[in-house]
Design a protein around this ligand. Structure first.
Ligand SMILES: NC(=O)c1ccc[n+]([C@@H]2O[C@H](COP(=O)([O-])OP(=O)(O)OC[C@H]3O[C@@H](n4cnc5c(N)ncnc54)[C@H](O)[C@@H]3O)[C@@H](O)[C@H]2O)c1
Ligand SMILES: O=P(O)(O)OC[C@H](O)CO
Length: 332
């Protein structure tokens, strides 16, 4: 385990506990911490698998530093568990990997996503996730590595859809938390989850992902989890906004990453570029970045004219095609 703080490295190697996160968990003695510098090329050469749990906004800088230390002829299996969209570029992780490490590495990159609070995983509570890569054999390797009696891995075939699912659900978790924070109850939360799923599916379809992916663990599974639990950081941000706290105060005191806050910016750009109707995501953007009052956002959403329940946009898939081209996978 790489840690950027030397005191965590020392503490972890002595006690096999992380003093910052999951403090009560005793890690197995065969896990060693290294840091604060990035692991050396020599150390990386000995690794079969690299698992990246770096928040999306910091991934590019870390992969840029790491790339020269990777041996092209002996690439480890690279697994990514972050759930977000990069601010400024609105890039998915696949694109960040392609930009920093090259298309070959991105094609083999494997993504794990799904309803999986870290605390419950380390307690070995029954959990399931999706595992997806453009390179099926890499996804199968990751599945074999992680699949255990308390942790089921289902192999997905749509890494773009899996990535979008993980990023988008965080925006709707903010909406659900906000609704609960405002004092609304079960009907409203169910509405947000269901209409959120409809929006996610429309955005994903217009992007070029498979609509079916959003019905999987990474989609509705994680959406349901994070929209209905105060253990979710994204839900908590929304809840505190609904209770009247400012975003600034919340971000200064949260003590942990809520990917949805930054990801909402990328989602807004994607929605606007694709012309997708996603009123909940637009409202969350306005609450976070345009100073819209939470109650006003709810009233405006409820006063929208009636519309068809589900109307998928055409699957033009421009962004996905552009990404596939970048990865050297566009065979059309
Ligand atoms: N916690 C969960 O239950 C969970 C589950 C699945 C996926 N994820 C995803 O994993 C990613 C990380 O989330 P988390 O729960 O570990 O967040 P966290 O807030 O608990 O921890 C953030 C981690 O990122 C590190 N970090 C901060 N700035 C960094 C930088 N510039 N370079 C490298 N590392 C940096 C911090 O040291 C810390 O270890 C997110 O994308 C999240 O959505 C989290
Ligand atoms: O705490 P959150 O909102 O980042 O959610 C964590 C994971 O994404 C749950 O699957």
């Amino acid at each position: 385990m790489w840690a950027r703080d030397e005191s965590i490295v020392t503490h972890f190697n002595k006690y096999h506990r992380n003093p910052m996160y999951l403090r009560d968990h005793q890690f197995p003695p065969n896990i060693t911490a290294v840091g604060p510098d990035l692991p050396s090329k020599e150390l990386i050469d000995t690794m079969d698998v690299l698992l990246f749990a770096i928040p999306t906004q910091f991934l590019r800088e870390n992969l840029t530093s790491l790339h020269p230390r990777l041996d092209r002829h002996k690439m480890p299996l690279m697994i990514f568990v972050n759930k977000g969209i990069e601010v400024g570029t609105h890039a998915l992780t696949l694109e960040i990997i392609a930009d920093t490490c090259g298309p070959e590495v991105a094609r083999a990159a494997t993504f794990i996503s799904g309803p999986s609070f870290a605390k419950e995983i380390v307690e070995r509570q029954p959990t399931s996730v999706s595992v997806a890569s453009f390179n099926e054999s890499e996804a199968n390797k990751a599945t074999i590595l992680f699949h255990q009696p308390h942790f089921r891995c289902y192999t997905g075939v749509d890494p773009i859809g899996i990535e979008l699912s993980g990023a988008l659900k965080n925006v709707y978790a903010i909406a659900a938390g906000m609704s609960d924070g405002l004092g609304f109850e079960n009907n409203t939360r169910a509405m947000i989850i269901t209409r959120g799923l409809a929006e996610m599916t429309c955005i994903g379809t217009a992007y070029g992902a498979s609509p079916l992916t959003f019905l999987g663990l990474a989609g509705v599974g994680d959406l349901f989890l994070t929209c209905s639990s105060s253990n979710s950081r994204n839900y908590t941000v929304g809840h505190r906004l609904g209770r009247g706290e400012s975003l600034d105060t919340i971000m200064k005191t949260l003590g942990s990453v809520a990917e949805g806050v930054s990801t909402t910016k990328g989602v807004k750009t994607i929605i606007d570029e694709l012309g997708v109707n996603a009123p909940i995501a637009n409202s969350i953007y306005d609450v976070l970045y345009n100073g819209k009052e939470t109650r006003t956002a709810v009233r405006e959403l409820m006063e929208l004219p009636p519309s068809k329940e589900l109307e998928l946009p055409p699957t033009a898939g421009g962004p996905a095609r552009k990404l596939l081209r970048k990865l050297g996978l566009d065979i059309s």
